[in-house]
Design a protein around this ligand. Structure first.
Ligand code: AMP
Ligand code: ZN
Length: 468
């Protein structure tokens, strides 16, 4: 499998540090609001890469942090006259609800910044001891001139950056490019004790400390949206490699932006739709299909037309899945046609192995659906073995990796139709009994019994149970 590494700017063979284990860290949300559909794109694509690694047999330790203390959370808490804990708790819960609705697999760990303060302080202490950090008036900064190759991920050099930053010279720092590791507490803001006085962590150090705590000093994959390459990930490298003296990340993966009218969707520009609102209008499968039809590194414009088209695409897979489920309920004894399932698995793997080419993987699945539909229409009686193989392919690829179909929801539909039909027959039987048509009423009871449905009459009415 080859994956594009932002660090080397090339596609590289994926070889984890300690196979079959893969350590995978994704920068998670800052919980001050509902997340938008742009954030959702990054979360879903990270989920798909993780699912594909699992498909390939890797054991993936997938960690996504929650930034639960930050300027934005503090501002929101002031605005709403609530504590920062209340704001963070509310939007953390909303985050979990929404990612579940998007069918994103739960992470192995979701560390919170506020629960990792000790680890963060420890890391800053190490940086200070090694001469990478300095404290001025209760604020601790990272001295970027001390780190060899600062800018190696983003390709920026210090001179260039200095030229750009000169306007915002900050008296409290040695160098305008130095970034904060520990922020001195301001009146009325949440704070923690530290060797530098009361304060709270900077954003970049949280991820360095939490990825080290949960995944170790060197990790396989670190991912996030393109906007995080600089300064967030650049600063994470400077912190982690200075503190731990070893390579921090083997593969850097970055997701292209979801744009709105060719501009990055973002809270600050106000050009966003929350994932919540989009989920009220479109199914999670359609949203995921909309994302997967563009390569994860390319920009993608938010489009209601494309979302509606994706809904239709999903319907094509559902129609086949529906047919498969109803045929499987019949337990057919027909023929098994010649169909090369392995060919489709190979094609799917070939394109996914090439830097997770989901648009082509989707094309393989639609080609499969089209050709299976053709086989079904050309053959009267196909056996269950065939339908089981169709179902297995769809579950292995479309459901378990891309998440663009969900068989369990279809089965629920079957169950509920089942229940509704039984209720209907019970009501018909009651009407027949009232008309004294006992022959037909008994016929319904006996036939249901043969299907494993036992009717129980009582004064309150008729109930039923299924034979075990
Ligand atoms: P934030 O809560 O802003 O830190 O963002 C959470 C994740 O969403 C990060 O990985 C961001 O890079 C990513 N992200 C933010 N905006 C977009 C966007 N418009 N398109 C894709 N990813 C985004
Ligand atoms: Zn991060």
């Amino acid at each position: 499998m080859r994956i594009y590494n932002t660090f080397s700017k090339t596609k590289e063979e994926f070889v984890p540090i300690n196979p079959p284990y893969v350590t995978f860290y994704v920068c998670g949300p800052t919980v001050y609001d509902y997340f938008h559909i742009g954030n959702a794109r990054s979360f879903v694509m990270a989920d798909i890469i993780r699912r594909y690694l699992e498909y390939k047999g890797y054991n993936v330790n997938f960690v996504m942090n929650i930034t639960d203390i930050d300027d934005k959370i503090i501002n929101k808490s002031k605005e709403h006259k609530k504590s920062t804990e209340e704001i963070a708790k509310f939007f953390t819960e909303a985050f979990f609800e929404d990612i579940q609705k998007l069918r994103i697999k739960p992470a192995i760990s979701n560390p919170r910044a506020t629960e990792s303060i000790e680890d963060i302080i420890e890391m800053i202490k190490v940086l200070e001891q090694k001469g990478y950090a300095y404290c001025i008036d209760g604020n601790v900064f990272y001295d970027i001139t001390r780190f060899k190759n600062y800018g190696k991920l983003s390709g920026k050099n210090i001179e260039e950056l200095e030229a750009g930053a000169r306007v915002e010279v900050n008296e409290t720092k040695k160098n305008p490019l130095d970034f904060v590791l520990w922020k001195k507490a301001k009146e009325g803001e949440p704070s923690w004790d530290s060797p530098w006085g009361k304060g709270r962590p900077g954003w970049h150090i949280e991820c360095s400390a939490m990825s080290c705590k949960y995944l170790g000093k060197s990790i396989d994959i670190h991912a996030g949206g393109n906007d995080l390459i600089f300064p967030h990930h650049e600063n994470e490298i400077a912190q982690s490699e200075a503190a731990n003296e070893q390579k921090f990340v083997k593969y850097w993966i970055h997701f292209g932006f979801l744009n709105f009218q060719n501009e990055k969707m973002s809270k600050s520009l106000g050009n966003f739709f929350t994932a919540r609102d989009v989920l009220n209008k479109y199914s999670p499968e359609a949203i995921r299909l909309f994302f997967t039809q563009t390569h994860y590194r390319s920009p993608l414009n938010f489009s209601e037309e494309l979302l509606s088209a994706s809904e239709k695409g999903v319907q094509k897979i559902i129609n086949l899945a529906d047919k498969v489920e109803s045929e499987l309920q019949k337990n057919n004894n027909g023929i098994e046609p010649n169909f090369d399932f392995q060919f489709y698995y190979n094609e799917f793997e070939k394109v996914m192995d090439d830097d997770i080419n989901t648009p082509q993987a989707v094309a393989v699945i639609f080609d499969f659906v089209k050709n299976i539909n053709k086989v079904i229409s050309e053959n009267e009686n196909l056996n269950s073995t065939f339908y089981k193989k169709v179902k297995k392919f769809l579950i292995d690829t479309a459901e378990n990796v891309l998440g663009i179909v969900h068989f369990d929801s279809l089965l629920k539909k079957y169950e509920s139709i089942d229940d509704k039909l039984i209720e209907l027959l019970i009501n018909i039987r009651l009407a027949l009994k009232k008309e004294k048509n006992f022959t037909l009423a008994d016929y319904i009871r006996d036939e249901l019994n043969k299907l494993g449905i036992i009717l129980q009459d009582s004064r309150e009415g008729t109930t039923y149970k299924r034979k075990k």
